[in-house]
Ligand binder design. Structure first.
Ligand code: CTP
Length: 396
């Protein structure tokens, strides 16, 4: 892998050359990018010597677009140590030096951070909020560890050891993975359709199936665009980019924008078929015994739209949640929406469907293939779906 090691200005920067050395030893090509303050703790000569490459630290010195060429070059960017400052900058989209600019340009590629700071700083709500923001975007955190800090106190804030960071990167290395050159789109969760400023129409989908699919695809080496409706779930994988949306129309916009550059898509979201024709910008008041009538209009069908956009070589997988005539309805959807596979969830099966951790599915292929699962965890079902769809051609 081509790894960029970003170094920021914390005392733990003195351990960065050791991390670089270990990554080089593990067979990775390494380039370093350091902030001005990092170079107060570790020298340019040291970093260039251990990495065997020129250091990137000045946005203007060596051609103004080096952050872009370095972004194209790198497979993974690890920031070690990551100070509260760089964490805050990235969480707020600030790009005011070489490393922060590179980090924003690196969006969509795997980023790992090894935070290091004083324990009070780490516990500060601003830092914790920023960490959650970054995690929500798929940035992986290693550490911080608990132990003695440079300021003399003990607490959480110590950078993870270089061995630990290198081992973590090794676990993410997907050299021999079957989907490492592929990009997949996954939709997950429910959609919320607004009625007024405080109410919506939604459904019980938890997003668990879609998140499990994203995890399995990413573990198999694919870059994953996960477009999810409202859910408390989070995913931490450097190859998964999460886009959080609320309504069917927002999901439609994100999914149709992502699909053209994807090898395939698995649409597991429980999209609301209808939305209120109007959304009041205030809270609607009761109007007594007259009752309340909502006028609903149909939402765009994301799966059918992707089916009509589908190019040669792209794989499209839909879900069908049925209560009656399951197989016939699923087959009809497969044809009508131009799908390659449909995953049939029968609501008759106990333990399958919304909210629960288990599922039981039948995967029906356009080619006539048919795979039935027993009641399994959603993670296992996701594995089965990915094997029967995304991995099918790679296994032949
Ligand atoms: N789907 C979608 N966009 C919609 C509705 C559904 O992408 N507006 C996708 C779901 O993510 C799922 C599949 O379509 O993969 C099946 O959804 P389902 O609600 O079962 O089917 P419908 O097309 O709505 O058909 P019906 O209401 O007749 O069951």
């Amino acid at each position: 892998m081509k790894v960029i090691v970003g170094i920021t200005g914390g005392i733990a920067a003195y351990k960065a050359p050791e991390l670089v050395r270990q990554l080089v030893k593990a067979g990775h090509e390494v380039r370093c990018a350091a902030t001005e303050h990092a170079l107060e703790f570790v020298t340019r000569v040291t970093l260039e010597t251990v990495s065997g490459n020129a250091l990137y630290s000045d946005l203007f010195a060596s051609g103004r677009t080096e952050h872009v060429s370095l972004k194209d070059w790198g497979d993974l960017l690890v920031v070690a140590p990551a100070t509260a400052n760089i964490i805050g900058k990235v969480a707020n989209g600030i790009a005011d030096d070489a490393l922060s600019t590179l980090l924003l340009a690196f969006s969509g590629k795997p980023v790992v951070m090894a935070p290091a700071m004083n324990c009070e700083m780490w516990a500060h709500p601003a830092v914790q909020h920023n960490i959650e923001t970054l995690k929500g975007w798929g940035i992986r955190m290693v550490g911080p560890e608990s132990g003695e800090l440079a300021c003399g106190v003990s607490g959480v804030g110590r950078m993870a050891e270089p061995e630990q960071i290198a081992a973590y990167i090794a676990s993410l290395s997907t050299h021999d993975s079957q989907l490492s050159t592929q990009k997949w789109l996954v939709t997950a969760g429910p959609t919320y359709e607004r009625i007024d400023s405080v109410r919506f129409i939604g459904n019980y989908s938890s997003g668990k199936m879609g998140f499990a699919l994203a995890q399995v695809l990413a573990d198999a080496g694919a870059d994953v665009e996960l477009v999810t409706g409202p859910t408390a779930l989070t995913i931490e994988h450097p190859r998964v980019r999460v886009t959080r949306v609320e309504s069917a129309r927002e999901m439609y916009a994100a999914a149709t924008a992502a699909f053209p550059t994807c090898n395939g898509a698995i649409l597991s979201a429980a999209v609301a078929d209808y939305r209120p024709s109007e959304c009041a910008d205030h809270k609607l008041k009761k109007n007594g015994n007259e009752g309340m009538h909502l006028d609903l209009v149909q939402n765009p069908d994301i799966l059918a739209t992707l089916g009509s956009m589908k190019r040669e070589g792209q794989t499209l997988v839909g879900f069908a949640l049925e209560t009656d005539n399951e197989e016939a309805n699923a087959q009809r959807k497969l044809d009508k929406k131009n799908l390659d596979y449909i995953v049939l969830n029968s609501l008759r099966d106990k333990g399958a469907g919304f909210g629960v951790d288990t599922n039981k599915v039948t995967i029906i292929g356009r080619d006539g293939s048919r795979k039935e699962s027993p009641l399994m965890s959603k993670k296992e079902v996701a594995q089965l779906i990915v094997e029967a769809t995304a991995l099918k051609d790679t296994q032949q």
